[in-house]
Structure formats: structure tokens, C-alpha cells
Design a binder for this molecule. Structure first.
Ligand SMILES: [Zn+2]
Length: 74
């Protein structure tokens, strides 16, 4: 039971320092492997470029998924 507030501030600080090494979400299909960041599809890149979507692939079950990336600033 640590303080959540302190953890959040640490995460936001780390996020400012390193933008690419974000914590990988778990695959919701196999729930074991972590997802790997891949480039978005051309449709999303062309038409939905303004959305904070991130594309991931699970190398365990070979599923690709889009995840909504939460924006930290409010
Ligand atoms: Zn999977």
C-alpha cells in the first residue's frame, strides 16, 4: 500500500523524460504477453491522425489492436 499520488508524479516525470519507452499493456486476448508497439495502418495514419491511437501487436497470439493512449496533461 504505497501512496498513489507519489506514484503518479513519478510516472509523469518519467513520461516527460522518455516518450517511447512506455509501459506496454497486456494483450486482452491471451492476457499473458505484453503488446508491442507497431506503426499504425495507413488508413488511421491518413484519416485518424488526430486521434491518440496507438497500434500494438501481440506476438503470442498474433493479434493487432489499437489502444487509446491516455493523455497526461489535463
Ligand atoms: Zn495475445
Amino acid at each position: 500500500m504505497t501512496t498513489d499520488i507519489a506514484d503518479k508524479s513519478i510516472v509523469s516525470q518519467a513520461k516527460q523524460m522518455e516518450t517511447n519507452t512506455h509501459e506496454a499493456p497486456l494483450c486482452k486476448h491471451c492476457r499473458k504477453a505484453s503488446l508491442n508497439r507497431i506503426h499504425r495502418g495507413s488508413f488511421v495514419r491518413t484519416y485518424l491522425f488526430f486521434l491518440p491511437l496507438k497500434r500494438y501487436i501481440c506476438y503470442r497470439c498474433h493479434r493487432k489492436t489499437y489502444r487509446w493512449s491516455k493523455r497526461q496533461e489535463a
